[in-house]
Ligand binder design. Structure first.
Ligand code: ASP
Length: 327
């Protein structure tokens, strides 16, 4: 009996395996959906669309963008987890949704390291502090002085509690010792509209979204939160030059798919991401808008997983020191 069943089972197993391999090798068999956790036209959306367009050429299937906005961007991660595991849905998560949210949000419904398949880091982006055009502050020091006097009434726009614009200004506030209530938007695209319209006082935002407005002088950009000035906006002083040296932060976007996606699908998605990041024309475009290309190691699934773990470890004490939690 045994002798008869064994070859049959082995045959079935081999058949199932080869069917699985064939399906994965044909991946993708239909359009890819790219979930963007924030509003169209914002920093994550702009970079996601550029990358998605290039990936669609490598993969031979359209990449359809879906702005799955909600819960400061964490809804998109929940959507990915609850959906199909065939690798046809990908997500652009970021510093907020996949690092800062862990310590900020005790009800976060996923674990960024364990609950997703990691595809690769997409880009990093510098953060700038920006005020409305007619704001009394013309320098970061003047903004600090103004905030100390006006923290009870100041309006800080952000993209939801736990978003990058929220957490980076939170760090700024904790460094200078103020507490300011924020005004949440569905992304920094609409937040920036209101800064340009003079409806809010200030916004910490990524270079991708900031530079066009700064150049058009529709807002005032007071500092970049890092040690070097950026080619993107070379006249903007660093936070060190502007007198707040402890305010330094880099933010990033990263690509994920379902935890149980077939390994061959993950490999193809990663190959398409790396093809996009290493394409000279796209690279030039990304650099032009201030998005920086990650290292070769960070562009791999293992590199991203290790990076996310290190980012969670980096943000946890910052959030704890600021004493903020979403309840
Ligand atoms: N990255 C978000 C966006 O694309 C904004 C944020 O996290 O601050 O709008």
């Amino acid at each position: 009996m045994r002798l008869q069943i064994r070859p049959l089972l082995a045959g079935l197993a081999a058949l199932a395996l080869s069917a699985g391999i064939a399906a994965a090798q044909n991946f993708p068999t239909k359009p890819i959906t790219m979930l963007i956790p924030f509003a169209a036209g914002g920093p994550t959306d702009v970079v996601g669309r550029l990358i998605g367009e290039h990936m669609s050429r490598t993969l031979g299937q359209p990449v359809i963008i879906e702005n799955a906005v909600g819960a400061a961007g964490t809804l998109a991660g929940q959507r990915l987890m609850a959906g199909a595991s065939d690798g046809h849905t990908i997500l652009i998560g970021h510093t907020g949704t996949h690092a800062a949210a862990v310590s900020l949000n005790p009800n976060l419904r996923y674990r960024p390291v364990e609950d997703f398949a990691h595809i690769g880091l997409v880009n990093t982006n510098p953060i700038f502090v920006n005020v409305r055009k007619d704001h009394p502050a013309n320098t970061l020091r003047e903004l600090v002085t103004w905030l100390k006097a006006n923290q009870a009434t100041a309006n800080n726009a952000h993209a939801g509690v736990g978003s990058v614009s929220h957490t980076t200004c939170l760090l700024f506030h904790s460094v200078i010792g103020v507490k300011v209530a924020g005004i949440p938007y569905r992304g920094t695209a609409p937040a920036m509209n209101d800064l340009v319209g003079g409806k809010v006082d200030y916004l910490c935002d990524q270079g991708v979204n900031v530079a066009p407005q700064t150049r058009a002088a529709t807002i005032k950009t007071l500092a970049i939160a890092q040690d070097q000035r950026a080619a993107l906006l070379p006249d903007v002083p660093t936070s060190t030059e502007a007198g707040v040296p402890d305010f330094k932060v880099i933010v990033w976007n990263a690509m994920f798919t379902h935890k149980d996606a077939p390994p061959a699908a993950i490999e193809k998605l990663n190959g398409a991401l790396r093809a996009a990041l290493n394409d000279a024309t796209l690279k030039a475009k990304l650099t032009e808008i201030g998005a920086e290309i990650p290292t070769a190691e960070q562009q791999t699934p293992n590199g991203l997983r290790a990076f996310i773990a290190s980012e969670i470890a980096r943000w946890t004490p910052i959030i704890q020191a600021a004493g903020v939690r979403i309840e």
